[in-house]
Design a protein around this ligand. Structure first.
Ligand SMILES: [Fe+2]
Length: 133
């Protein structure tokens, strides 16, 4: 299922909101390509894009949390790492011929992402807001 951006997902931090929107676009595009049954090269190209953007965004987000002195950074970093590991292993499985891996990953990451932004990321944005007062 695709994810539609809504205010519920806004952290009120423009840089992070923009990256989350971009990430959702990339994931939705990946999901669409799989649903359309695009060719394998196209899917594996998009798979690579998902993997790269996930790493890029997590690094930027972790840097932001470090900059504001967010106390729960280590825990948040572990949660990110476990998603990166799953994306990575799904790409390996896909590369080894497991065609279900892409579809499963797209569905999983999209639902993961929604909950992660709405619950886990929300915590650092609340910390940021309380600190800015
Ligand atoms: Fe996060």
């Amino acid at each position: 299922m695709k994810v539609i951006w809504s205010d519920e997902l806004s952290l009120g931090i423009p840089q992070m909101d923009e990256q989350h929107q971009r990430w959702i676009d990339i994931l939705n595009g990946f999901y669409d390509a799989i649903e359309r049954g695009d060719r394998e090269e196209a899917i594996s190209h998009l798979f690579k894009g998902v993997e790269e953007y996930t790493s890029f965004h997590f690094s930027a987000e972790e840097q932001f949390m470090a900059d504001i002195g967010y106390p729960d950074l280590e825990n948040h970093r572990k949660i990110h790492q476990s998603l990166i590991d799953q994306v990575h292993s799904a790409r390996e499985r896909y590369g080894q011929g497991d065609r279900k891996a892409a579809r499963e990953l797209a569905a999983f990451v999209l639902s993961w992402l929604y909950t992660h932004i709405a619950k886990t990321d929300k915590k650092y944005s609340e910390y940021y807001a309380s600190r800015a007062k």
